[in-house]
Design a protein. Structure first.
Length: 249
């Protein structure tokens, strides 16, 4: 009996332990609910807020459109039967307009055709009503995890694009060949744009404990990296900070 039931507030779905899920540290996950049923909307808002999500609840297409124009959401939970339109058409409109937020359709339409249609117009997941709140939470977590992995595998700064999975680096769209050591070195900087990175910290990350602070190995690698990345010598990417390390501008 863990399907969602409006009449039974003693249902065990209310008693799950709170799980704190965040896309990035200190950034709460934002969820947009589009649901016209008052009690279900209230329940979803309460249940998701208790899991530390920041929740916005809208009751029709017009409110949902406005909400999405104002801010980015990490997950959208979309009902299909809405008073001023069809959620499927709203989703189609968003995808055509370039909104790529993950959308989970939560609908009483539960035939295979409905689900296929929903996924085809751009939904990332489809959960038919009645639903288990536990399953909804799991699916939300899965959608969030997927975003984290996509966000964290491509690093970008000043025209440099670094694909950590494909192991490629490009500058303004042109591929640059880096050795594995140069790649590791650039990765340290790409995670810390605008910061002055101390020599000891860089060496620890690249060579772990197998390095000698007095060696000029780092300078050798930095000079190789600069020659490959600083195409325009008038616009340096790295500044040497004497006695400290390197500043990735
Ligand atoms: Ca509805």
């Amino acid at each position: 009996m863990n399907h969602f039931q409006l009449a039974n507030t003693q249902d065990p779905i209310f008693s799950y332990v709170s799980v704190d899920v965040k896309v990035h540290a200190d950034t709460p996950v934002k969820i947009l609910i589009v649901e016209d049923q008052i009690r279900l909307g209230q329940f979803l808002k309460k249940s998701l807020s208790e899991r530390t999500y920041t929740v916005t609840w809208t009751r029709n297409c017009a409110e949902a459109r406005n909400a999405l124009c104002e801010t980015h959401y990490d997950v959208i939970i979309l009902d299909l039967g809405l008073p001023d339109g069809d959620g499927m058409l709203l989703l189609q409109e968003w995808r055509k307009g370039g909104f790529n937020e993950p959308v989970l359709i939560l609908s009483a339409r539960d035939t295979v055709e409905d689900r296929v249609k929903g996924l085809d117009v751009g939904a990332d997941d489809y959960l038919p009503k009645p639903f288990s709140m536990e399953e909804l939470h799991a699916r939300i977590r899965s959608l969030i995890r997927r975003q984290v992995s996509v966000k964290d595998t491509v690093l970008e700064h000043k025209g440099i694009k670094m694909d950590l999975i494909g192991r490629t680096v490009s500058i303004n769209g042109s591929l640059v060949e880096l050795t594995s050591r140069e790649f590791a070195l650039l990765e340290v900087f790409m995670y810390n744009p605008g910061r002055i990175m101390p020599r000891t910290l860089i060496c620890e990350k690249i060579w772990e404990s197998h390095y000698d602070v007095d060696t000029n190995l780092l300078d050798v690698y930095m000079s190789k990296l600069r020659s490959k990345l600083e195409i325009d010598t008038q616009k340096p990417l790295f500044k040497t900070v004497r006695g400290v390390g390197y500043h990735f501008i």
